[in-house]
Design a protein around this ligand. Sequence first.
Ligand SMILES: [Zn+2]
Length: 154
Amino acid sequence: MEIFREDGHLTEEALAALAQGAALEETARLELAEHLAFCDRCLQRYTELLAETPLLTPGRSCRESLWARVRARTLRLVTNRYAAAAAAVALALTMVWGSRGIELPQRIVLPRPSISQELRTWPAKWNDSLDGAVSGLNDFLNGRETPVQGGMDS
Ligand SMILES: [Zn+2]
């Protein structure tokens, strides 16, 4: 069997043998496959040959069983969606009705000094503590006793 024509493309005989699944030599099958991999014209001819061959008909149609499965699945999806929505509504109503008698605590706002106030008063505080430390040191150096806080004096 001749595989290639004179113009380098596959012969009708080779394409028909390939389309009908005839037994071919291994080298012939390799050459056919290699040519079909890169030649669009021969691939088109081969596809047209394949389209002419009669299609297989299934032993039994799966259309009815498929439709039944699609309907059952749709019903299950819709049921699940409505069940989830109903559960959410029931939970929300339970929370709304259950919280009727409960008084929520009022929000307690503590006065917080602002940072600018803190920055304005810290030199005065620092001055006072420095004065206290210096006067305590002076008292110690002059021999005077400072009253100890905490109840040590009798
Ligand atoms: Zn070709």
